[in-house]
Ligand binder design. Structure first.
Ligand SMILES: [Zn+2]
Length: 132
């Protein structure tokens, strides 16, 4: 199941962030799911919470944003949103390359950090995650 392996990759990434920055507990995790990433959001959420039973994840909020497909023309370089899986450039009719919408990206996390800091201190990190 694709969602399970993606969830595992995300959990590994979070574990790495936790170890390298003294996170005690994650509060909120925001991910972007590309339209073409092949990940079904509800199945991903299910897999994430089934596998993510660690204490540092208890009570975490998972926020998923879906990113639409976009492409860049190979001839004129214009960028455009892909609709109905039509990848031809709307300006010149040439073929294009997909530039967004096929990835899974860890956008940000909010976390409680270790030690003497107050409960309200949040740390935010930006870490790109490409599951492929
Ligand atoms: Zn073009």
């Amino acid at each position: 199941m694709h969602e399970r392996s993606v969830a595992l990759a995300v959990l590994r990434q979070l574990d790495h962030i936790r170890e390298s920055s003294g996170v005690r507990r994650f509060v909120r995790v925001t991910l972007e799911l590309g339209e073409l990433s092949g990940v079904e959001p509800s199945q991903f959420v299910e897999a994430f919470f089934e596998l993510g039973t660690q204490e540092w994840l208890s009570g975490v909020e998972l926020e998923l944003r879906q990113t639409p497909l976009s492409a860049k023309c190979r001839s004129c370089g214009s960028m455009f949103p892909v609709e109905s899986y039509t990848f031809l450039c709307p300006l010149c009719g040439s073929t294009s390359d997909l530039i967004d919408g096929d990835k899974i990206t860890l956008v940000s996390v909010e976390a409680k950090v270790d030690a003497d800091q107050s409960e309200d201190d949040n740390a935010a990190f930006l870490a790109p995650l490409n599951s492929r």
